[in-house]
Design a protein around this ligand. Structure first.
Ligand SMILES: Cc1cc2nc3c(=O)[nH]c(=O)nc-3n(C[C@H](O)[C@H](O)[C@H](O)COP(=O)(O)OP(=O)(O)OC[C@H]3O[C@@H](n4cnc5c(N)ncnc54)[C@H](O)[C@@H]3O)c2cc1C
Length: 315
């Protein structure tokens, strides 16, 4: 390890971890930057709606080869009184939210291309294996800064047996489907339908979309798959094959006391979902995660990293 430089370990190489590696690698005074990611980028599974609301945060050219597929004008929120209705029923209300730099992506491609570009810039990657609890402790001993970008609940909380510090949860199902989305390819749809949560259909092109549904309230369906299929039928998007559906349980954000995002004894900083900052109803977890990493790098550059936890709720 460098004598005059600080070395950084980033655990978790999804959007927040890549943003941390990118911004810290650019700082003078930083030596080695090493990312530990349990999956392989060539075959990475992402459980996400794949909407990047502010694509300017990702330092890649916005091309299909880099995973940026549909440059949307915004998102249409469609509000219904409930779920007992047909696909042709008019919503109670609709609003179109403009989103200048928004894209629906192949997120696995975005992450792979971002990792490749960082590797070209000298960032080191160890992929295809989970960091174990004992390795986590070794990493904390070895590195000057440790960025925990392992999502919710974080590896830090697992190691310290403090997972219950995250509050609430949200169950979400999603899948990529084929169909005709030409009516709303420019304005992907989010459906509010009377339960605490929402459903969505985000076209990647005129004939391919990421569709999903999530519940954040205490009332949950008995059969999640059947509920997803029913949402597809009443909202007029293709019913996904069960084999293609991802199901994910995530704590409902903001879900962690900001004071718990910095562990000074080992200089561990939590970013992105690990920091519990993503607000599920806003649907901008990717951008919030990236911003938290850029914020951390700015504070480290200014020698003010101990202030991170007081800032990170506003990332
Ligand atoms: C169904 C669903 C739909 C969503 N849709 C959207 C959307 O359209 N737009 C949006 O902005 N947000 C969306 N979100 C939220 C968004 O996915 C998250 O906020 C975002 O992924 C957070 O990124 P992150 O890098 O902080 O964490 P994560 O994406 O959770 O990444 C954590 C990374 O850490 C790795 N990892 C975990 N443990 C270890 C370990 N022990 N060792 C090594 N690596 C490890 C994982 O493999 C993973 O790559 C959605 C979420 C869900 C569940």
């Amino acid at each position: 390890m460098g004598v005059d430089t600080d070395d950084v370990a980033v655990i978790g190489g999804s959007v927040s971890g890549l943003a941390a590696a990118d911004s810290l690698n650019d700082l003078s005074g930083i030596g080695e930057v090493r990312v530990f990611e349990r999956q392989e980028y060539d075959n990475k599974r992402v459980d996400c709606g794949e909407a990047i609301n502010d694509s300017t945060l990702v330092p890649l050219e916005k091309t299909a080869a880099n995973g940026f597929l549909n440059n949307v004008r915004g998102f249409q929120l469609r509000v219904y009184s409930g779920m007992n209705r047909s696909a042709t029923e008019t919503p109670l209300g609709t609003s179109n939210l403009r989103c200048e730099a928004g894209y629906i992506c192949d997120r696995d491609v975005v992450e792979r291309r971002w990792a490749e570009s960082l590797s070209d810039d000298g960032v080191l990657f160890e992929t295809g294996r989970s960091v174990s609890h004992s390795e986590y402790r070794d990493i904390c001993d070895e590195y000057d800064y440790v960025v925990d970008a392992t999502g919710q609940p974080s590896l830090t909380h697992k190691v310290h047996d403090r997972v219950p510090e995250y509050t609430g949860d949200m169950v979400a199902l999603n899948a990529t489907v084929e169909g005709d989305f030409s009516d709303y390819v420019e304005y992907p749809r989010i459906y509010f339908e009377g339960y605490v949560g929402y459903s969505w259909s985000f076209p990647k092109s005129r004939n391919r979309a990421n569709v999903g549904i999530g519940w954040a309230g205490d009332e949950r369906p008995d059969d999640y798959m059947r509920a997803f299929e029913a949402a597809a039928e009443r909202n007029g998007f293709p019913v996904p094959d069960r084999a293609d559906v991802n199901i994910y349980t995530i704590p409902r954000g903001p879900s962690l006391d900001p004071k718990k995002t910095h562990h000074p004894e080992s200089n561990v900083f939590l970013v992105g979902d690990a920091a519990g900052i993503a607000n599920r109803y806003q649907g901008e977890g990717i951008c919030q995660g990236i911003r938290s990493s850029y914020l951390l790098a700015d504070l480290i550059a200014a020698g003010k990293e101990t202030e991170y936890s007081t800032h990170c709720t506003t990332a």
